[in-house]
Design a binder for this molecule. Structure first.
Ligand code: FAD
Length: 575
C-alpha cells in the first residue's frame, strides 16, 4: 500500500461506520476500505425501529438504508457482515477478525482504523432478566424478535423513560397492548428540567399508559422461562407478557481499551478535534466516542445519531486524506414525539448548567406555535437557559405540538455560534400567520431573558420557596379559586387590571413575587410595581402553570392544559 492508497478498516457498519466509509471513498478513490459488522445488517435505521414495531413504518426493507451490494457497486467498499473485530494489534497494525458464521479467525492489516462500534443496551443485574419475553432494542434482529412476540402479548412493561422507552411505549400502545412505563427517576427524559417533562407524563397517562415514576424494577417473574410480571421497588407487581428494557446504553469500548486506547472521564474513547484517539491512526466516532460538549467544553459521550453521522464523515475524510475540518461541539440536541406531544432540548438544562458551575437562570414562555387567531395554533412551553451577566444561551427546552422542532433547531443554530439572549431577540425569523408569530415564542423568551438581565423584570424559578416573599397573584379571583398557587397560603390576590388602584394593600418595602397563570400578566404587574417604588420585585417564571409542574402536582388535564399537556397560553401576548 502507499500513503495515497491506504487500507482503511471500519469497525461497525451503522451510523458512524457507514458514514465514515462512504466519505473515505468519496475522498480517496484508491483506498482499500472494508467495513466489519458483527451483526447481519449494515447502515440500517436504528431510529426507525420503534415505528416499525408500531406499524407506522410498514416496509421492513425501508429500514435498510444501504445494503452491502450498494456499498460494493457504488463505493467499492467491502462489507463483511457477521464479522466481529476481536482485537487490535497496534504494533503490528492488524486487527483480529472472527467470522461468526464460519467460526474462523483471521488477521487484517490496516493503515487507518476507524472504530464505530456503538453502544449496547444496559441490562439491569436483577433476577429473571434472562426470561423469554424480555427484550432490549438496538438492531434489526432485536426488532424482529419483539415483532414476533407482540401478537401473543397483551401486557407490556417498558422499563426506562428515555426516548427509546417512550417511543416504544407509544408504539406498543398503538398496537393495542396494555402498557406500563417504569422509570426510576421522578421524571422521564432526564435531560429536561422537571417541569418540562410533565406534559409528557400527562400525555402518557391520557393515552392509557400506566406510569410508574420514581420506582425501579427489582426483579422479573417468569413461569416455565416465560416472563409473567415485573416487580418494582415499592412492592408493586406489574403483570407482563413482554418487557422492553430501555434503561440506557453502555459504550462498546472493550476492544479499544484492550489495545491501550485511552478512555475519557465519561468512559467513552477519548478523541481529539479530528476524532483521533491517542493512536493517531485510530479514530473513534459515534456512541463509543467522546465529543466536546457545547457550552461546557468538556468531553463527554453524546449517544445520538446526528453526531455519530457527522463525526463519522469527518473521520472518514481524515483517514482517507490526512486532513479534515475539525469536529464541532455537540449540544445533545434531541427530540421525541409521544403521542400528540413533541418535546426536546438542546444544550444544558438549568439543573445541568448549575451543576456544571454556570451562574445560570432560565425563563419560561407559554405561547402558540403560530398566531393564535389563525386556525390550528398549538400551545408550546419553552424554557430558555442562559448565563447571568453575559446572557449566553446555554440551552433550550421546548414542549408542545407543532413547531417544537423548528424552535429547537433555531436554538441549536444560535448556540453553535455562541449566541446570547440578545442575539436571539434580534433574529429575523420567517413569519406569516400559519407559521409563527411576528414575535416568535423564541423572541418572547429572549425578551423575558433580557428583561431579567436588565433588571426590568427579574425572574425567580417556578419552584422557588414563596414563604419569605410578599406574593401577589394578579389573576382573577375565579382563576385563583380554580387553581391556587401551589404551596402558598399567604397570597394577595389583586387582578392585574386593578393593581394600579390597589397598591396601598401592598408593602413596597418587602421583597415581592408577582404571579399569574403563565408569567405574562405577572410580568406586566412586576413592571408596574417596580415603577411605583417597590424595592425588590420578581416575576415568577412560568407562574402557576409551571409551578404545578415543577412541584410535581398531578392536576387533572382539564384544569389548565391543552391536549398536548402544555398549559393554555394567554390570549394576548405582549412583551
Ligand atoms: P451504531 O449505529 O449502534 O452501530 C454500531 C455497530 O457496530 C453495531 O451494528 C454493532 O453491531 C457493531 N459492532 C460493535 N462492535 C463490533 C465489533 N467488535 N466488530 C464488528 N462490529 C461491531 N438517535 C437520535 O439522534 N435520534 C433518534 O431518534 C434515535 N432513535 C433511536 C432509536 C433506537 C431504537 C435506537 C437503538 C437508537 C436511536 N438513536 C437515536 C441513537 C442512534 O441510533 C445512535 O446514536 C447511533 O446509531 C450511534 O451510531 P454508532 O455508529 O456509534 O453505533
Amino acid at each position: 500500500m502507499s500513503a495515497s492508497a491506504p487500507t482503511i478498516l471500519v469497525v461497525g457498519g451503522v451510523a458512524g461506520g457507514a458514514s465514515a466509509a462512504a466519505r473515505a471513498r468519496r475522498m480517496n478513490e484508491h483506498a482499500r476500505i472494508i467495513i466489519f459488522e458483527r451483526d447481519s445488517y449494515v447502515s440500517f435505521a436504528n431510529c426507525g425501529l420503534p415505528y416499525y414495531l408500531g406499524g407506522e413504518i410498514t416496509d421492513r426493507d425501508a429500514l435498510l438504508i444501504a445494503k452491502p451490494s450498494l456499498f460494493k457497486r457504488r463505493f467499492d467498499i467491502e462489507v463483511r457482515t457477521r464479522h466481529e473485530v476481536t482485537a487490535i494489534d497496534r504494533a503490528a497494525r492488524t486487527v483480529t477478525v472472527r467470522d461468526l458464521d464460519a467460526d474462523a479467525t483471521y488477521q487484517m492489516p490496516w493503515d487507518k482504523l476507524i472504530l464505530a462500534p456503538g453502544a449496547d443496551p444496559l441490562e439491569p443485574p436483577i433476577p429473571g432478566v434472562d426470561a423469554a419475553g424480555v427484550f432490549t432494542l438496538r438492531n434489526l434482529e432485536d426488532t424482529d424478535r419483539i415483532a414476533e412476540a407482540m401478537p401473543g402479548a397483551q401486557r407490556a412493561v417498558v422499563v426506562g423513560g428515555g426516548y427509546v422507552g417512550l417511543e416504544t411505549a407509544e408504539q406498543f400502545r398503538r398496537r393495542g397492548l396494555d402498557v406500563s412505563l417504569v422509570e426510576m427517576q421522578p421524571q422521564v427524559l432526564p435531560m429536561l428540567d422537571r417541569e418540562m417533562a410533565e406534559p409528557i407524563h400527562r400525555q402518557l397517562e391520557y393515552n392509557g399508559i400506566r406510569l410508574e415514576l420514581g420506582n425501579g424494577i427489582t426483579g422479573i417473574e417468569s413461569t416455565a422461562g416465560q416472563v409473567t410480571a415485573v416487580d418494582l421497588a415499592d412492592g408493586t407487581r406489574l403483570p407482563a407478557d413482554l418487557v422492553l428494557l430501555g434503561i440506557g446504553v453502555r459504550p462498546n469500548v472493550a476492544l479499544a481499551e484492550a489495545a491501550g486506547i485511552e478512555l475519557g472521564a465519561s468512559r467513552g474513547v477519548a478523541t481529539d478535534e479530528f476524532m483521533r484517539t491517542n493512536d493517531p491512526d485510530i479514530y473513534a466516532v459515534g456512541d463509543a466516542a467522546e465529543y466536546t460538549f457545547g457550552s461546557t467544553g468538556t468531553k463527554t459521550r453524546v449517544p445520538l445519531a446526528g453526531p455519530a453521522n457527522r463525526t463519522g464523515r469527518l473521520a472518514g475524510e481524515h483517514a482517507a486524506t490526512g486532513s479534515s475540518r475539525p469536529a464541532p461541539a455537540a449540544w445533545g440536541t434531541s427530540i421525541v414525539r409521544v403521542f400528540g406531544t413533541t418535546v426536546g432540548s438542546t444544550g444544558l438544562s438549568l439543573k445541568a448548567a448549575r451543576e456544571a458551575g454556570f451562574e445560570a437562570t432560565a425563563v419560561h414562555v407559554i405561547a402558540n406555535d403560530h398566531a393564535g387567531y389563525y386556525p390550528g395554533a398549538q400551545a408550546m412551553a419553552l424554557k430558555l437557559v442562559f448565563e447571568e451577566g453575559s446572557g449566553k444561551v446555554l440551552g433550550v427546552q421546548a414542549c408542545g405540538g407543532n413547531g417544537v422542532d423548528k424552535r429547537l433547531d433555531v436554538a441549536a443554530t444560535l448556540t453553535h455560534f455562541g449566541g446570547t439572549v440578545h442575539d436571539l431577540a434580534q433574529l429575523d425569523l420567517a413569519y406569516a400567520p400559519p407559521f409563527g408569530s411576528a414575535k416568535d415564542v423564541l423572541h418572547m423568551a429572549a425578551f423575558a431573558a433580557e428583561n431579567h438581565l436588565d433588571g426590568l423584570a427579574p425572574v425567580l424559578q417556578p419552584d422557588v420557596d414563596l414563604c419569605p416573599y410578599q406574593v401577589v397573584d394578579v389573576r382573577s379571583a375565579a382563576e385563583v379559586e380554580a387553581l391556587p398557587l401551589a404551596e402558598c397560603d399567604k397570597i394577595i390576590n389583586i387582578p392585574l387590571d386593578d393593581l394600579r388602584d390597589r397598591l396601598d394593600e401592598l408593602d413596597p418595602a418587602r421583597p415581592t413575587i408577582v404571579a399569574c397563570r403563565s408569567g405574562l400578566r405577572s410580568y406586566v404587574g412586576t413592571r408596574l410595581l417596580k415603577q411605583h417604588g417597590f424595592a425588590e420585585v420578581y416575576n415568577l417564571s412560568g407562574a402557576t402553570a409551571m409551578r404545578e409542574f415543577a412541584l410535581n402536582r398531578r392536576l387533572p388535564a382539564s384544569r389548565a392544559t391543552t391536549p398536548t399537556g402544555v398549559p393554555v397560553p394567554d390570549a394576548i401576548m405582549i412583551d
